[in-house]
Design a protein around this ligand. Structure first.
Ligand SMILES: C[S@@+](CC[C@H](N)C(=O)[O-])C[C@H]1O[C@@H](n2cnc3c(N)ncnc32)[C@H](O)[C@@H]1O
Length: 438
């Protein structure tokens, strides 16, 4: 039931943009030369004109005012209220930071205040700040609760890929005049290392809320249980339809991702190869697995540009009712004539559908450690065991909110608390540098 509620929130939500003649087809995305699946997803979501996140109205909804949970009777009153909100707003969805404003962002601000070294100016980056609600609420919290010098000297930078959302963020922060001198939006792809400039060695914070789920992923395929994985490319066939083609692994980002994931993607050369060979010949079972290559690229970039960053990321750990095939497959969802439609093929997404992936937090931790320069392998016999460069923890959202937030504020009269009760398929990941960095 809990997940259904979240799904309702997500699904009620998917885009209303389909009414327009989009004239953006998967064949436009693919063009004359074959492309990797991550490039297809990138265009479908972030194409400057047709991409899902490039539309001015749509993907990220903003509530005019905070919900007064304490005045609602309980769950059914909350659901009715939500339903009314979705009918009133021409939006795709409300993310938790929006639904539970200001309390959700206040909890993040409190986590930062409790952990940061306040003797140096506080520097916060937010990747994919959506409507700017998190940024504004964190600045509000610092203004109201931090020592005055922390607020007066702090800098908050949003790195946002969508020009329309970057503009929305400026407007949201502009509601409080004194925030403006502390706030800045850089409109570019946060995974692009060249846009970050010189390495910044000062401690800083990076926040990413529901960003990992929308980062491009790659797809690998194997025709049966024992064959090696191949990378999936997309090409136009003779009748102009887009279809998958499979090539031996050659892309360096895919290779690095598979190396980090390690045994998670079965290596047919290990284990019971003989038996597997026979079984796979009798019952060949094609395998598909989605790789978080966008997440890897983003973390490589962040660790290279901001080696002393502390990271707070929250995202879906699980998505219900996914019909697209493969391990860690995405939900592909669009809305037409007011009705939500889930698609069983990612190729159906052409700017009018959201594509979002569950985050495997165990993998995220591995990727984060690997990008920080830590390797699990001891390269030379007799050498010291490598030291981890990050301290990390994954918490259920409810645990994070109970630790750093004010859960009473999102409780309804009968004790039902949507923030704690409905978002059980979301988690927070916290990662800070250790001092063993020499
Ligand atoms: C699902 S929305 C979440 C918005 C906001 N964080 C929230 O929780 O309400 C994803 C956001 O990430 C942005 N985004 C996605 N990929 C990005 C990238 N590579 N670089 C910068 N921003 C990105 C999108 O434009 C959007 O603002």
């Amino acid at each position: 039931m809990v997940l259904m509620v979240l799904r309702a929130a997500v699904v009620l939500s998917s885009s209303k943009l389909c009414g327009k003649a989009l004239r953006f087809y998967s064949t436009d995305i693919v063009g004359a030369n074959p492309i990797l699946v991550r490039n297809f997803i990138h265009s479908a979501l972030y194409h400057p004109e047709h991409g899902y996140f490039s539309k001015r109205s749509g993907p990220v909804g903003v509530l005019d005012s905070s919900i007064r949970f304490n005045q609602l009777e309980g769950r059914s009153a909350y659901m009715k209220y939500l339903d009314k909100l979705y009918k009133m707003h021409d939006i795709s969805w409300f993310t938790p930071v929006e639904l539970f404003k200001p309390w959700y962002a206040y909890a993040i601000a409190e986590a930062i205040l409790r952990t940061a070294n306040l003797s140096v100016p506080l520097k916060i980056y937010e990747i994919g700040g959506g409507s700017g609600t998190c940024a504004k609420c964190i600045l509000d919290y610092m203004m109201l609760n931090a020592p005055p010098k922390v607020y007066s000297s702090m800098k908050y930078t949003c790195v946002e890929i969508s020009p329309s959302l970057a503009q929305k963020q400026r407007e949201t922060i502009g509601e409080v005049q004194t925030h403006l001198s502390k706030f800045n939006v850089e409109c570019h792809d946060a995974t692009d290392r060249s846009r970050w400039g010189k390495k910044e060695t000062q401690p800083c914070w990076v926040i990413m809320l529901e960003v990992l789920d929308n980062l491009p992923h790659d797809l690998v395929y194997a025709p049966n249980q024992v064959s090696s994985w191949m990378e999936v490319w997309l090409q136009k066939d003779n009748d102009s339809q887009v279809s998958e083609v499979y090539k031996p692994i050659q892309d360096s980002l895919i290779s690095r991702c598979m190396e980090i994931i390690g045994t998670d993607i079965d290596d047919p050369s290990r284990g019971r190869k003989f038996i597997s060979n026979i079984v796979s010949r009798i019952f060949p079972k094609p395998r598909r697995a989605w790789l978080p290559t966008g997440c890897l690229k983003l973390l490589e970039t962040l660790h290279s540009a901001l080696p002393n960053m502390s990271l707070i990321a929250s995202d879906f750990s699980y998505l219900p009712d996914v019909t697209v095939g493969g391990d860690r497959a995405p939900l592909v969802s669009s809305k037409k004539d007011g009705k939500t439609m889930d698609h069983s093929s990612y190729l159906d997404a052409k700017g009018d559908a959201d594509i979002f992936f569950p985050t495997d937090f165990w993998l995220l931790e591995r990727i984060d450690h690997a990008c920080s320069g830590f390797s699990n392998q001891i390269k030379k016999p007799g050498a010291f065991k490598p030291l981890k460069k990050r301290r990390t923890i994954t918490l259920d959202s409810a645990a994070f909110m109970e630790e750093f937030g004010l859960p009473m504020k999102t409780r309804t009269k009968d004790g039902y608390n949507p923030l704690l009760d409905d978002f059980r398929n979301t988690k927070f990941y916290l990662s800070v540098p250790t001092h063993n960095t020499k």
